[in-house]
Write a protein that binds this ligand. Structure first.
Ligand SMILES: [Zn+2]
Length: 80
């Protein structure tokens, strides 16, 4: 059976479907639960960014994911 392991929380996703049960961002596998945490983390930052810049967004996404991988979960900056 095909499985993937979330790069952030190390949770194993059975029979993964990209875009539904897991997501692929910045060359990383992200489970649905971590994707929701990522969304809630980034949403206020993205809303505050005017004008929106795709290059900036990609860097933010990548930095957020790499940071979450080192911590084992997504958390807001300065939120311990
Ligand atoms: Zn995860």
């Amino acid at each position: 059976m095909k499985t993937i392991t979330c790069d952030v929380c190390k949770h194993t996703v059975q029979q993964p479907t990209v875009g539904r049960s897991y997501f692929y961002f910045a060359h990383r596998d992200i489970c649905e639960s971590c994707k929701e945490d990522l969304d809630s983390l980034l949403r206020p930052i993205i809303r505050a960014k005017q004008p929106f810049n795709y290059e900036w967004f990609n860097r933010l996404l990548q930095d957020s994911i790499e940071n979450a991988i080192s911590k084992g979960r997504f958390e807001a900056p300065g939120d311990n």
